[in-house]
Design a protein around this ligand. Structure first.
Ligand SMILES: *[C@@H]1O[C@H](CO)[C@@H](O)[C@H](O)[C@H]1NC(C)=O
Ligand SMILES: *[C@@H]1O[C@H](CO)[C@@H](O)[C@H](O)[C@H]1NC(C)=O
Length: 254
């Protein structure tokens, strides 16, 4: 108890110094402890792309429920967005209705042990437009590696920063997905645009990954400016009961 209140005291201290040091600018960081912690989550912003809205961008997702300006005692906002917005993950029920969605395999059933632990950030060569079985094979990911984040030309083209949803993004085709399932131990699979499945083969790729209920796709990761290599990844979805996906906060710790 004593150490807990000390911790609380210390964090309040650092909070207040951060607030005063940051004033009047708001402090927003992508990197903490000088390169030891990377935030690989995109900000949820109106001008980020969204599959649901096509070329209009995500659009408004926060509405004022109460505003001090309007005489309320607090500022309070209500959020409305699909659970597959920006940086998010998929639960098995996203593509598999009868067995998984209806039986309640929602985001709350995902394994935190899979979502947290050693992870490899790998670069898919920039000239690869699809992650096929051949590409997967050439990446040579060792057995025993269970968490892999794939950085593709999606990152180099900065697709997540363009308002228009771009269907030419790099993702897995069905064969690449099957190869991963059959030949690697990957359970957490991260990618740098909205879908682990390429646009023309998205359903097959998702089915390959989700059918086993063991693989968790994390989509829309922000992988710019992070050196490739080994990290500890931490991805925490919201406990949205009954939801087949959730926005997620993911960080890498060196
Ligand atoms: C905020 O104030 C408005 C106007 O008085 C009121 O209609 C609304 O219910 C208040 N919101 C909340 C969350 O209390
Ligand atoms: C309350 O919301 C208003 C926008 O309606 C904003 O200008 C103000 O800074 C907020 N106040 C606090 C205390 O966050």
């Amino acid at each position: 108890m004593a150490s807990l209140s000390l911790l609380l005291f210390l964090s309040l201290q650092s909070l207040s110094s951060a607030v005063s040091a940051a004033s009047p600018e708001n402090l927003r960081r992508e990197e903490y402890r000088t390169g030891k912690i990377y935030d690989i989550t995109h900000q949820i912003r109106q001008d980020l792309p969204s599959k649901a809205t096509g070329d209009k961008g995500l659009g408004q997702f926060l509405w004022p429920s109460s505003r001090i300006k309007n005489g309320n005692s607090t500022n309070m906002s209500t959020m409305k967005l699909t659970v597959h917005s920006v940086t998010h993950l998929d639960a098995p029920g996203h593509y598999i209705d009868r067995y998984y969605f209806d039986s309640g395999f929602d985001v709350d059933t995902l394994d935190l042990d899979v979502l947290n632990g050693p992870a490899l950030l790998v670069d898919v060569p920039k000239d690869k437009h699809t992650i096929t079985a051949e590409v997967m094979e050439s990446l040579d990911i060792p057995k025993g590696v269970t968490r892999v984040l794939f950085r593709t030309s999606n990152t180099h083209k900065q697709l997540m920063y363009k308002k228009e949803y771009d269907r030419s993004f790099v993702g897995f085709n069905g064969d690449g997905a099957r190869w991963l399932v059959q030949n690697t131990d990957i359970k957490l699979l991260g990618i740098d645009y909205f879908s682990v499945g390429s646009d023309d083969d998205s359903k097959r790729a998702h089915l390959e990954f989700l059918e086993s209920r063991e693989i968790i796709p994390v989509e829309g990761l922000k992988l710019d400016d992070v050196p490739a290599g080994l990290y500890s990844v931490h991805c925490l979805p919201l406990r949205l009961f009954g939801a087949e996906g959730s926005p997620v906060r993911c960080i890498l710790i060196e």
